[in-house]
Unconditional design. Sequence first.
Length: 582
Amino acid sequence: MQILQGLAVSSGVAFGEALIVDNEGVRIPNRFVSREVVEDEIEQLEKAIVAASHEIEANRETVSAQLGEQYGAIFSAHLQMLHDQQLRDQLNTLIRDKHFSPAYAVSQTLRRYAKVFQSLDSGSHQELASDIFDIEKRLLRQLLGHRREDLTHLSSPVIILAHELTPSETADLDRQKVLGFATEMGGAGGHTAIVAEALELPAVVGLGRFMLDISSGEMVIIDGDHGQIILQPDEETIARYRHELQQHRSLEVRLRELRDLPAETIDGSSVELLANIEFPHEISACATRGAEGIGLYRTEFLYLSSDKEPDEEIHYQAYAEVARAMGDKPVTIRTVDLGADKMFGPMHHDGMQNPELGLRSIRLSLRNLPLFRTQLRAVLRASALGNVSVMFPLVTTLQEVRQGKMVIADVMEDLEEEGISFNRNIPIGIMVEVPATVIMLDAFLNEVDFISVGTNDLIQYALAVDRTNKEVASLYDAGDPAVLRLIQMAVRSAQRAQRPVTMCGQMSGATPYTMLLVGLGFRSLSVAPSAIPEIKKICRSVTVAQCEAVAEHALRFENATDVNHFLKAELRNVAPELAAYA
């Protein structure tokens, strides 16, 4: 048994068979073959070795001709490894004696070889490990061909283990079959983490290299509450996690009783609990959890789930479905937040060295006015169907707000001329995600109807930490005193201007921060639907004065560690049953 520590990005526990996905998105299946076809499978392996040998020989000849024999010798070494008799014997033994499929035998054997070389310090040994990976991929391409299993249509329940998953790959996972996932790369505040939370999939990222330690089909446990995965767990560990899972489900049942009750503090102050959603189908989860509206409807996955740009009708149908379902409840649609780790194919910008600081979000929309106008037409049309607002992401200058409002006004004129209904008084808001925006917020508040604090980006820009980079993940912390002071500044500015303020970042759905946020003055929080019952439980267990005291105390600390320890201790005092999962 091996326990690995990573970053918790989506809570919950899942256990089941591992499914390894390599860097090329190839599934390496754990498939066993019957005794009658063993010799046929060995023949398939021999054909794959011959085909891979031809590929390598062709590469050797090309490289030797263009660069010299010394470079072609690299591929000669590959051929020598591929035809090593000991390797062939081991592969044949696994197929004959253990009835492994050829692909599974190749993957397990060559990964074991590579792991041995990677454990050695010598640079030449590291190169040998890379050579073995190259041979593995060649053989798997020959063996799997078009039989690669589509990760959107899996045949059995699995836990995905991958080097990295993009937000769009995560969004496309088969939710009926994927129990959870873990990745070697990634950060807690990345968009892949946000999608995992929306799909309610237990997930851990930023684990570092671990995929050589396990093969597809082996048992794995994902502990999304504590950011751990357990490889080859023993029976005692499996039993303990089964018990924890039962306790968690029992807690969920008890929290369901709060669905129709208000998120009201003991002393009678109401906290509006809204939901963050990515997809229209999440509306059912919002209703089940008692959401009072949609505080953040992320729209970029209309782009990321398709190879072509969505037209106005696709936008409209997605927004209309949500607006109709929510009725009089508020629905805040954020204009597309593409860029950084969410790039849409046709708009991909090669060579962008700092994508988080580059052409993204409102900047990208204002640079691509046809795209922006298409989306705004759909949003305005949907505004005739319910209580719809529109919100611009990553605003950093007043000019961006004014330009965005001018585009909206222009689109309104077009719709009026066409006789299409819309809400002329649609509320317009901005995301507060950049320290510069916080500093200038008094001026911004003269231009908009409401604001929403987006902590995911605010944290990374305030602390100069790439939220998707596991190497600096420990520095990305919502409890950092600098972040808390920026949030306090934003709330006070909104209160002075008498403008509604909501928080919609992941921080708002993290139970240790609930008392702090209420104490800072938030009376509206937008969270993942799954987090609503827990946040409501805390709100109904405290007074505003109690929360204000917590906030005042937290702001005195000088580092995030002390802040977080203090907040978790306070959570244990008011809701001990929730503290275990915080």
